[in-house]
Design a protein around this ligand. Structure first.
Ligand code: SAH
Length: 198
């Protein structure tokens, strides 16, 4: 990246660009990644671009509209070839995805512009997070963007944090990152890196 080139500048507004900035360090052409909540496809597109035509991305969502929106966006960007879309719950991730992942992305809550009553739920989120960790390669990374601002979101966030907090520190590097000068219920990022010893 060329420093000071306006076209390459990243705006660190909210956790998603921060997650992408970090994920980009762990992904290269030929890499493998999963998007546990494809929503409108923002993260799926990013991951597909990072791993390139020789890589592979598995993208999950329970909503037909999320799948079709993401499929359209991938096709328009010429990135559909390296993505396997899965119209099913991410709690089934280990049935579809091999344990060779460089990165897994969760973007919780509801799909922007969609049905706000369809949200990620703690029980399935926690099951999926736990399974997703088992699919990471050593030094692989999992990011989860938490949205405490909607009903149920704060509770889900607390449960994700409690889960992450219990991960063995010799084996997992666990972070919570949140912007300071924003509302107290603004979205934030939980990040887990698998250590090399596992
Ligand atoms: N809140 C984010 C977008 C989140 S989209 C933002 O504002 O950018 C979250 C997606 O998770 C939704 O499309 C929803 O359908 C999906 N989802 C909910 N439960 C799921 C599950 N068990 N498995 C996979 N996707 C799920």
């Amino acid at each position: 990246m060329t420093i000071n080139s306006p076209t390459n500048l990243i705006t660190l507004r909210g956790p998603v660009p921060l997650a992408h900035l970090i994920l980009g360090q762990f992904l290269q052409q030929g890499g493998q990644a999963a998007d546990a909540t494809c929503g409108n496809g923002q993260d799926t597109l990013f991951l597909a671009d990072q791993v390139g035509a020789t890589g592979m991305v598995w993208a999950f969502d329970i909503q037909e509209e999320a799948i079709s929106t993401t499929v359209d966006r991938l096709a328009r960007a010429g990135l559909a070839g390296q993505v396997k879309m899965l119209h099913c719950g991410h709690e089934k991730i280990s049935e579809y995805v091999p344990a060779t992942l460089n990165a897994v992305v969760f973007n919780l809550g509801y799909r922007p512009g969609g049905d706000r009553s369809i949200i990620t739920r703690p029980e399935t989120t926690l099951a999926a997070l736990e399974k997703a960790l088992q699919l990471l390669l050593p030094q692989g990374i999992l990011t989860a963007t938490v949205y405490p601002g909607h009903a149920g979101g704060a509770c889900e966030g607390r449960m994700v944090e409690a889960w992450a907090d219990r991960l063995e520190p010799g084996q997992w590097h666990v972070w919570r990152m949140g912007q300071l000068n924003v509302a107290t219920d603004a979205p934030y990022l939980i990040l887990v890196q698998k250590g090399v010893g596992k």
